[in-house]
Ligand binder design. Structure first.
Ligand code: ADP
Length: 260
């Protein structure tokens, strides 16, 4: 890939072909370099919980301990296992959204079918923290896509909205239908994201400094990159904005199915 075609100035067509091929080679090289970085990040992320598990088990075996100590150790092990399986689930989602296989199962479905399951699923968790989920009436419109994947987008955004919100706040879901597309907004009143970090949050393994320090939230930094990959695979767009006085808005747009 480091080789470049020698471009000679005698023939315009050859010049152009050489430039095009070299452009492709540059893009392939950039892609491979991204994949290498991703693989290194994945290895690192998988190794951390495994090292923690190993250390916890070794310490526990070496020491004579009470039943309560063993109970605590088992709790720690269970948390690390949960983190590992979440990570593996998310890596599989990334692989699926990148493989193009998801497009095979594109079907036509109503917008509400991807919104309501997540709202119902998170209702109890939100209520336990006195967070209200308010979903405005959903327009009756149809999308063409992989409904499981799009459900995952709403799931990840709502999951984040709850995790990064304080108690007694409100999360709103607003869907607006336009001529050819629908816009879905998930608005929270949580801690917000510093303006200069807004564009980075969709990068794989990116976590704000404040979130990295709060390991209890068990985040992986993959949730939003999965959302972006899925939305792009459906010819949509996604972005994050800050809200005043505090909070974050995630909004994405998806094309409507032709026959509504
Ligand atoms: P994570 O598993 O860490 O939540 P994500 O990819 O879902 O990974 O999010 C990346 C980072 O973006 C999070 O670590 C967090 O710092 C920030 N973030 C995501 N959603 C929100 C939100 N609703 N409010 C504030 N910060 C958020």
């Amino acid at each position: 890939l480091d080789e470049r075609l020698p471009i000679r100035g005698t023939n315009d067509e050859l010049d152009q072909l050489g430039t095009t091929v070299n452009g492709f080679l540059d893009r392939i090289a950039a892609y491979l370099s991204q994949q290498r970085i991703f693989l290194a990040d994945v290895s690192h992320e998988l190794r951390s919980p495994l090292t923690a598990l190993q250390a916890t088990i070794e310490v526990s075996l070496l020491q004579e301990r009470s039943v309560q100590d063993y109970q605590n150790t088992l709790d720690q092990i269970s948390q690390e296992c949960e983190r590992l399986s979440r990570l593996v689930r998310q890596l599989l989602l990334i692989a699926e959204s990148e493989s193009g296989r998801a497009a095979v199962s594109f079907t036509k479905f109503q917008l509400a079918e991807i919104i309501l399951p997540s709202v119902e699923m998170f209702y109890g968790l939100a209520e336990s923290r006195e967070i209200q989920i308010y979903c405005e009436p959903i327009p009756t419109c149809y999308l063409l896509g992989n409904s499981n994947q799009l459900r995952q987008v709403i799931h990840n955004l709502l999951d984040n909205a709850i995790r990064y919100s304080a108690e007694k706040t409100t999360i709103s879901i607003v869907c607006t239908q336009f001529a050819n597309e629908v816009q879905i907004q998930i608005l929270d009143e949580g801690c917000g994201i510093p303006e200069h970090e807004l564009r980075n949050v969709f990068d794989r393994f990116y976590r704000l400094e404040s979130s990295r320090n709060r390991s209890a939230e068990g985040g992986t930094g993959l949730g939003l990159s999965i959302c972006k990959a899925i939305v792009l695979a459906h010819q949509g767009q996604i972005e994050a904005r800050n809200r005043l006085p505090s909070g974050t808005e995630f909004r994405f747009r998806l094309p409507l199915a032709n026959h509504t």
